[in-house]
Design a protein around this ligand. Structure first.
Ligand code: NAD
Length: 358
């Protein structure tokens, strides 16, 4: 297992350090190599996605990323912004499947804006297609057309999916459902959009190959409502790039704790990039205040999805549950009556729980 580690900016190095300690404690055979991505790479070599990082990312079996960006680099020209590094690596690696779990641990039920009885125990996985749809379809742009005899500006985007693109994301979603509660809900808008009629047809064509998974369909407007009305009805949701962008943010906000949410982005071979859903949190960088659990849980996803080490992934997830049960909290998830700890102390607690097999 060759793992390319990209700590990035802001709290990135602090949370990655804790995630690596957890990984190293597992007695697995792997090599890690660190490289620069984002603002730190701009500072060091004048490029948010340097050639050395490209080579390392291509050669690795998985990439573990902290976060990039910060106000220091906001005034730079677009091609030098840290986000360019992020988009660059996603494109280079052909990451078409984005997996975002939204898990609300019972101990953190008060962090949600929804009533605890609606969300406690929530455990959803959103599988979002990441490289197609209206975000990339051609033609696109703002142009002038003659309308009613007058020149008018029009904005144009094209929603397009080929059946191959739908099939490959569908397979990822069915496979993921098999590792969970075996329920897959495909979200579309077939009452208005032909592209999504094809989406639904292809999902139905895939279903017979996964007889153990229950496939259902839902219109996107209803899915947005159901996520706040009765979110626990969902296990895995699969949807296109634009609907997935919106629904995955909605689902993650149900948990109310951004410092807890990991993510995976996969290519066709299962190689993946693993990162927390949050950004570089410049406001708390260097203060030992960041929650490292999203990054530690991203390591668990890496072991599960890129290396098929389900047992090791489950051990990390159990250790995280155990430190929450013990009442340990970083500032972002702190409530009166619990114990506030820093980034490193939270890392220590996860390590202890792992060693004790809790
Ligand atoms: P952010 O996620 O960095 O921070 C939002 C709020 O959540 C802040 O108050 C922050 O302190 C808090 N927070 C985030 N992660 C936390 C953690 N692990 N523990 C405790 N608190 C945490 O979002 P933002 O402030 O909008 O963006 C800051 C920078 O991060 C920007 O430059 C943005 O472009 C970048 N960003 C990067 C990524 C990425 O690398 N994938 C994603 C989003 C934003």
């Amino acid at each position: 297992m060759r793992i390319c580690v990209l700590p990035g900016d802001g709290i990135g190095p602090e949370i990655i350090a804790q995630a690596l300690r957890v990984l190293q404690s597992l007695d697995l055979e792997f090599e890690t190599e660190q490289a620069l991505l984002g603002g730190c790479a701009v500072d060091a070599v004048g490029d948010p996605f340097p050639e050395a990082t490209r080579k390392l990312a291509l050669a690795a079996d998985a990439v573990l990323l902290g976060a990039v960006g910060g106000p220091k680099w906001d005034a730079l020209p677009r091609e030098l912004r840290p986000e360019r590094g992020l988009l660059g690596i996603r494109k280079l690696l052909g990451l078409f499947a984005n997996l975002r779990p939204a898990v609300l641990y019972p101990e953190l039920a008060n962090a949600s804006t929804l009533k605890p009885e609606v969300v406690a125990g929530l455990d959803i996985l959103i599988v979002r297609e990441l490289t197609g749809d209206i975000y990339f379809g051609q033609p696109r742009g703002i142009e002038t057309r003659e309308i009613d005899g007058l020149p008018r500006r029009v904005g144009v985007n094209t929603m397009i999916y080929s059946e191959e693109e739908i099939r490959r994301i569908g397979k990822v979603a069915f496979e993921a459902a098999r590792k969970r509660q075996r329920k897959l809900c495909s979200v579309d808008k077939i009452n208005v959009l032909e592209t999504t009629q094809l989406w639904r047809d292809v999902m139905n064509e895939l279903a017979p190959a996964y007889p153990d998974v229950e496939l259902t369909h839902m219109l996107v407007d209803n899915a947005a409502m159901q996520l706040v009305r009765a979110p626990r009805q969902f296990d895995v949701i699969v949807t296109g790039n634009m609907f997935g962008d919106i629904l995955s943010d909605e689902a993650s906000m149900l948990t109310g704790s951004i410092g807890m949410l990991p993510s995976a982005s996969l290519d066709e071979t299962g190689k993946g990039l693993y990162e927390p859903c949050h950004g570089s949190a410049p406001d708390i960088a260097g203060k030992d205040a960041a929650n490292p659990l999203a990054t530690i849980l991203s390591v668990a996803m890496m072991l599960r999805y890129s290396f098929a080490l389900e047992d090791a992934a489950g051990r990390i997830e159990n250790a995280v549950k155990s430190v929450l049960k013990r009442g340990l909290r970083t500032g972002d998830i702190y409530e009166p009556g619990t114990t506030k700890v820093g980034t490193a102390e939270m890392g220590n607690a996860v390590l202890e729980a792992l060693q004790e097999g809790r």
